[in-house]
Design a protein around this ligand. Structure first.
Ligand SMILES: NC(=O)c1ccc[n+]([C@@H]2O[C@H](COP(=O)([O-])OP(=O)(O)OC[C@H]3O[C@@H](n4cnc5c(N)ncnc54)[C@H](OP(=O)(O)O)[C@@H]3O)[C@@H](O)[C@H]2O)c1
Length: 281
């Protein structure tokens, strides 16, 4: 049966390896970008512009939806939901977040849950991928700290089973190419082992051949730092909710879903570090 796939946010931490996975599987897919591109299978569209999304989603059977972390993220999701229904999309694979729940007490899982609910309400069969923290945050957010020698985190010293986004991509590719088997399902995606920031710093130190330390700071200190960086209030609120979740130990725990779906162990943090040593030198 024909299964034309569209990957939104294809240039991101999950999207890039997802494109590689789909290529390797020989899937029939296009990618979406908000920026004009010179590659053949790109559909240019913006989550802020419903008309552009309707065009981009035309003829798509299975849609991978990942929204950037922006202030109007719920509106972007509403736009995508409207366009998916109008275009007759048959299945949505939504990259959400751990603990997504519209009734959650914490801001970030509440936001993710609200978006999951409005996509469910389209009536289009959906699959929710709910990853915990990304190993790639050590590249995106902590590269300078690693170079400087100390990684500061408001984590209460608690462990997390961070996941490599390449594993999220591998799962997404399996679901996108066989959507019927995953309709109505939600997967909690974590790495294979919990580890603390101290343990992560030891692994990085060993790989780099120099000492990199980890320092836990209070959630209040993290808010003060983010204010000092002049981050917008909505982003500080979301990040603070995440820090509170991690500091309370709610982000500790390993889910079996990655291994169950891929039939192999998730990538380890040590392997991730070895693959990325050059980025921290
Ligand atoms: N970091 C974590 O630990 C973590 C954990 C769980 C969940 N998450 C969630 O994962 C998501 C981030 O995933 P990621 O790291 O893979 O993303 P990312 O690397 O931040 O990439 C964001 C993507 O959004 C696209 N984009 C930006 N503005 C757009 C617009 N107006 N219209 C259409 N596309 C637009 C960009 O593509 P173009 O520039 O090509 O348009 C880009 O590919 C967030 O929603 C976050 O809440 C993160």
């Amino acid at each position: 049966m024909a299964n034309k796939i569209l990957v939104t946010s294809a240039s991101g931490n999950i999207g890039k390896p997802l494109v590689a996975e789909l290529k390797a599987l020989g899937a029939d897919f296009d990618i979406m970008s908000s920026k004009p591109q010179s590659i053949a299978n790109v559909r240019v569209a913006d989550f802020n512009d419903v008309a552009s999304l309707k065009k981009a989603f035309a003829g798509i059977d299975t849609l991978f939806l990942l929204f950037p972390l922006v202030e109007n993220k719920v509106q972007l999701a509403k736009n995508a939901a409207e366009a998916a229904v109008a275009a007759g999309v048959k299945h949505i694979v939504r990259s959400s977040g751990a603990g997504a729940d519209a009734n959650a007490a914490f801001a970030l899982p509440k936001l993710q849950g609200q978006i999951d609910e409005l996509l469910k309400a389209t009536g289009i069969p959906t699959t929710f991928l709910r990853p915990g923290g990304f190993m790639q945050n050590y590249l995106t957010y902590h590269s300078q700290a690693i170079k400087d020698g100390t990684i500061y985190m408001a984590d209460g010293g608690k462990a997390q089973a961070l996941i490599d986004t390449r594993d999220i991509a591998a799962i997404a590719a399996r679901v996108l190419t066989n959507p019927g088997a995953h309709a109505g399902k939600a997967y909690m995606l974590t790495g294979g082992a919990d580890f603390t920031g101290n343990e992560a710093a030891e692994i990085i130190s060993k790989a780099l051949g120099k000492t990199v330390s980890h320092a836990s700071v209070s959630t209040e200190a993290a808010v003060a730092t983010m204010k000092g960086w002049q981050l917008p209030a909505w982003l500080i609120d979301l990040m603070d909710s995440l820090n509170q979740i991690v500091s309370a130990g709610y982000a500790t725990g390993v889910s079996p879903d990655v291994e169950n779906i891929l039939g192999r162990k998730p990538r380890t943090f040590a392997a991730f570090v070895n693959d990325n040593v050059a980025a921290w030198k």
